[in-house]
Design a protein around this ligand. Sequence first.
Ligand code: E4P
Length: 214
Amino acid sequence: MKFFIDSASISEIKEANALGLLDGVTTNPSLVAKEGVSFHERLREITSEVTEGSVSAEVISLDAEGMLREAKELAAIAPNITVKVPMTLEGLKAVKALSDLNIKTNVTLIFSANQALMAARAGASYVSPFLGRLDDIGHNGVDLIAQIAEIFDRHAIDSEIIAASVRHPVHLTEAAINGAHIATVPFKLFEQMVKHPLTDQGIEKFLNDWNNQK
Ligand code: E4P
């Protein structure tokens, strides 16, 4: 499983990239709004200064025509822009048209296996099931990853599964075990995942022993 960062903060994206394990970035309108910057300017910054990996940028139109217009503007910013499209009937039409134009798409707000299958068949490069938001309403987000992975495998579908809305380290382990190709991770989770009390204790003991050598 690869790692993307789920953030529109340039400092977080740069810091995660410096870890050497980052393959891409996802943003959404809420993350961009939090930053209070020009969306296109921020995308230019990310694509020119930080990563050649996929950078998902979401459209806000609700009709296919509007989505396509926005998508073409976003895709013109850099070759590694992936257009993020919501999982609706209009979204599917836009995905098909963008796939015909060889523009990559990430279908977002996926909450069922059928939605993922439809998005993939419309030509989505990526599908994004939202684990945390499913868990929030008493469902099991990880089970959805397993279902989608099995369906894609059985039917030789090559759309990639991005585990999204991940909230804690266990989500990441389970997403990887259950077949997600990618997880998009909030910055603070990278810090949480690297931590283990035995690692910290081990470092402290090695340093003490080194400093107290005769
Ligand atoms: C990813 O593409 C989504 O933008 C993101 O993971 C949503 O996460 P949230 O449910 O924590 O807002």
